[in-house]
Design a protein around this ligand. Structure first.
Ligand SMILES: [Zn+2]
Ligand SMILES: [Zn+2]
Length: 135
């Protein structure tokens, strides 16, 4: 069981199954909406994610994804595509981020040039589905 919360603690959540994946996303949407130079997402099935305290405020982005955040402190917590049964959770809001392991970088073509990581993970130019990693 993974648990997490927003900065102020109004929103608390649980994840009841193993993550499907953990990705570093360098896309422009994540930069603007989360505020960091990239965002690390824990991808889980929607049915395994539960808010146990408070209520996520959502913002519809790109017409197809609800981003969930705390309306008190502003912490970004979820990325929830409407046409998918998965939901992404910001790794930074986990109580124990060391308990998950990033698997890849996506949207590498949008990566800020001063972000370099020698983590030996595959990099994908855009979304990784059906794509070959780039060198
Ligand atoms: Zn909060
Ligand atoms: Zn992104």
């Amino acid at each position: 069981m993974l648990t997490g919360k927003c900065y102020c603690g109004k929103i608390k959540y649980e994840i009841s199954s193993e993550p499907i994946s953990v990705v570093h996303c360098h896309c422009g949407n994540c930069k603007r909406s989360v505020g960091g130079p990239f965002t690390t997402w824990v991808v889980v099935t929607e049915s395994s994610f539960a808010v146990t305290s408070g209520e996520l405020k959502t913002h519809l982005t790109e017409g197809r994804v609800h981003r969930g955040f705390c309306d008190n402190c502003g912490s970004s917590i979820t990325y929830n595509p409407l046409k998918s049964d998965t939901i992404d959770i910001t790794a930074g809001t986990l109580d124990d981020p060391d308990s998950v392991s990033p698997k890849k970088h996506i949207w590498d073509r949008k990566r800020i040039k001063w972000i370099t990581m020698d983590d030996d993970l595959p990099h994908f130019s855009e979304w990784s589905q059906n794509a070959e990693p780039i060198e």
